[in-house]
Design a protein around this ligand. Structure first.
Ligand code: ZN
Length: 505
């Protein structure tokens, strides 16, 4: 962050509600934003992200173009009232985050800076021992703005789904991923109604009629949270709705439709003929499909042999379905694979989303007033730690890369009552402590206990000072990853530590 020209700041954890009311997020963000009142009855909140605070800090300082561009960042505690905390540090309510905010006068400048942060993030992740973290296109979600990337550590323990093409390198978060679904081919027949008592799901329907789910048309019904109106989405029966895509399309939150929401809809039997009383969308998977089975808009009946081009007057098709493993890549046609991953960072081109709503302006060379453009850039420090641990451990505990290890050298004194052992060990501790982070174990514990605890701390290098080695004029240096083992005179041990640290990860 410093190499990118960033200036470190520290925003308050507790923020006045007015800032979030200005941006509009006080009402648009759900109950994950913890709201409360202070002793005077003033509305307050716990910051879960700091765009508003960054604008508040910058808007009184950066009133002329000459102050741009600039970036401010912090490493701070944040709070998110997470309903389903899980996975140790992966999803928690209180977390440490590195967040940065940049301000620009042109889109071009924002884009160039965004790219430089993207490269810096790759360097950061490589340096902490995760060179394989990938950047994928993502949804801007509650942050607003247009372009966004997530940085994903691929792991089966992850809760994010990532769509990858091994042929052309296409990669995207499931929320925005696109694919080309294969088309089914059937000769056209005339539509006819079929009696399907109590058959409400695609699985029941396809097994009842002896057809594949891909030969059916599925109707998924939702309610818009802004107007309360019903929305019906038609897609091929083998696919599922990607709710993130639908929310983006509708520009509102949604919830599944229930019986009482729209009594005119025959839930379980909703079909396109005649069009149900709702806002209707057709997924691209239906384009050109023939001989599909769909709901008949009345209880216990379906219609078969619906041909989309022949029987339905469909406006533009929209992309609302989730990508499936094996779908064709829209870039190269190769097969897509779906992997699990953990998001360790994200970057957004916010544009003027916050500066406009919060009235931040600067004057240009000609005295005209404009809203600056913003980018924001986060790294989840705790999650990152969890991913590093996932990547760097063995059966005995963590093997911390030296860039993030809590100490560099762990000195074990075997037989702490032996004066030679104590003197040699503490002398090494003093010397090395001037240049490195050092921990010394002088407990009266058996060697096996000390070594097991040292493995659990995962410090890259260990110096073992024992009466037996000292009798031979030596101390033993081993690496936590078990790749190094050296016997050296105690007087030379401190001098070779830097070179040995270079050799380990
Ligand atoms: Zn591809």
């Amino acid at each position: 962050m410093d190499r990118l020209g960033g200036q470190e700041v520290l925003f308050p954890v507790v923020l006045p509600a007015e800032l979030w009311q200005e941006s509009g997020r006080y009402d648009s963000v759900g109950s994950e934003l913890l709201r409360f009142k202070d002793r005077t009855g003033r509305d307050m909140l716990l910051g879960m992200t700091h765009e508003e605070a960054a604008v508040q800090l910058a808007r009184s300082e950066a009133k002329t173009y000459a102050r741009y561009p600039f970036m401010i960042y912090q490493i701070q505690t944040k709070f998110r009232d997470e309903p389903r905390a899980r996975g140790g540090l992966i999803r928690v309510r209180e977390f440490t985050m590195k967040d940065a905010y940049s301000f620009h006068t042109t889109q071009q400048d924002l884009e160039a800076y965004y790219e430089s942060v993207l490269q810096a993030y790759h360097r950061i992740f490589a340096r902490v021992g995760l060179p394989d973290v990938i950047a994928v296109g993502s949804d801007t979600g509650m942050m607003g703005g247009r372009t966004a990337h997530e940085f994903i550590y691929l792991s089966d323990a992850g809760e994010d789904s990532i769509v990858l093409c091994n042929h052309c390198g296409y990669k995207a978060n499931m929320e925005v991923a696109v694919s080309r679904v294969g088309k089914t081919h059937h000769p056209a027949s005339a539509p006819e109604e079929v009696y399907t008592p109590g058959i409400k799901t695609i699985e029941e329907l396809s097994s009842c009629l002896g057809i594949e789910p891909s030969q059916t048309m599925k109707a998924a019904a939702f309610v818009r949270c802004d107007t309360g109106k019903a929305v019906v989405v038609f897609l091929r029966g083998d696919l599922t709705v990607n709710e993130a895509k639908l929310k983006r399309l509708l520009k509102t939150e949604i919830r599944p439709l229930e019986g009482g929401d729209a009594p005119s809809l025959a839930l379980g039997f909703i079909g396109p003929l005649p069009p149900p009383d709702a806002e209707i969308y057709y997924d691209v998977s239906l384009q050109g499909e023939t001989n599909l089975v769909c709901g008949a808009n009345r209880e216990n009946y379906h219609i078969r042999n619906i041909s989309v081009p022949r029987d339905l007057a469909v406006g533009p098709f929209v992309d609302i379905a989730k990508v499936n493993d094996g779908d064709a890549c829209t870039v190269c046609g190769g097969p897509l694979t779906i992997r699990r991953g953990i998001e360790v960072g994200n970057i957004f081109q916010l544009g003027t989303t916050y500066t406009k709503s919060m009235g931040m302006t600067y004057t240009d060379e000609n005295g005209a007033s404009h809203h600056p453009l913003m980018g924001c850039y986060g790294i989840g420090v705790g999650r990152l730690l969890a991913c590093i641990l996932e990547h760097h451990h063995d059966d005995y505990g963590p093997v911390w890369p030296k860039a993030v290890a809590p100490w560099h050298v762990h000195i074990c004194l075997l037989n702490n009552s032996n004066p030679d052992v104590r003197e040699t060990g503490f002398a090494l501790y003093e010397t090395l402590g001037k240049t490195h982070e050092v921990i010394l174990d002088d407990r009266n514990a058996a060697a096996g206990v000390q070594f097991a605890d040292a493995d659990l701390l995962g410090v890259p290098l260990r110096i073992i000072v024992s009466p037996r080695n000292l009798a031979a004029g030596q101390v033993e240096i081993v690496s936590r990853d078990k790749t190094l083992r050296e016997l050296v005179p105690p007087t030379e041990a401190a001098a070779i530590i830097p070179a040995l640290l270079e050799k380990v990860v």
